[in-house]
Design a protein around this ligand. Sequence first.
Ligand code: NAD
Length: 368
Amino acid sequence: MPTYHIVSLPGDGIGPDVTREALKVSKAIGQYYNTEIDITEYLVGGASIDEHGVPIRDEVLDKAKKADAVFLGAVGGPKWDDVAKNKRPEAALLKLRNELGLFTNLRPVRVYEPLIETSTLKREVIENVDLLVVRELTGGIYFGKPRITEKLSFGERAVDTMVYRSSEIERIAEVAFKAARKRRKKLTSVDKSNILDTSRLWRKTVDQVARKYDDIEVSHMLVDNCAMQLVRDPSQFDVILTGNMFGDILSDESAMLTGSIGMLPSASLGKDSAMYEPVHGSAPDIAGSGKANPLAAIGSAALMYRYSFDNNDAATDIEQAIYDVLADGYRTADLQSGGSNEKVISTAEMSNAIIDRINQKQESTTNA
Ligand code: NAD
């Protein structure tokens, strides 16, 4: 039986609440696919600052590099808002992405039919939305140097630097074109080329890569227009390819198409490492209350099966179970829309419902 070694980094706030449930589901599905999951847990983010004085220890980074996959909850919270910037909980995320070489971030956005009424957008706008945001994760303004805040005689001055090399753009464009080939063969590259040099290089490089993929329909869109199109007519998109900061913002916007930020999973992939995490933050306002929606984390576990364990069937089973449980009317508090068949349940009850569904499906397959 293959055994996969997972480094679990639950983090802060609702991070531990949702990670616990996602790993429970990962173990449950593993039984049916002859897959053993071995989990080692470490502190990260604020929890690590409190215990060890740093957001992530070198030893943990080392274990993460050697793992088959890293599973992360979320980091941060008001308690650590005032610590120095290189000691902030979020520094752990940037370090993990950088040191594990996780240059690709995949954020699939699918609107589940049973949740259409939960979205703030109209049914006709969001039905049939099924898009993939491919975000570059280790370059751009989040990593560029210089990065300083300095005191001057007339006040303070801060500088961030946006840098992209053509090789970085080429590498992520290749991922996006290959993904488009397995989907509806449509790619929209998003930039701000009317203003930024990095965006002009982005556009030119994407066009060069596009020559190898003449089966893919490519278009370019300015980021401000894309932000607008995502709420006007999101089903026009198949694969959205974009840089680090634009991808961060557009994928949170896309999350709301699905009804809640608690629904959006993500996979961050490099050449030899992978990390899976829900897109949402640590939601300190609901931490430990049993109100956190674990479906983004459970969806991330599905992506872990798909990309790290090369098991698309298990991934699809988890995603189908999510759909079925929602169709049965089960909702965490963030998903309530006032529908008559809605049953509001806790974080743990939601993952138990998913596991029940997985078990039912497997038993019916065995008995058939
Ligand atoms: P957030 O995503 O934590 O919360 C935004 C809102 O969405 C809150 O009302 C929250 O209750 C709700 N929410 C988020 N996830 C939910 C879930 N699974 N179920 C139900 N409701 C959910 O964003 P924020 O409030 O801007 O940030 C809070 C902290 O998280 C900050 O410290 C921030 O830096 C950090 N953060 C971490 C990550 C990460 O670890 N990847 C990402 C974003 C923000």
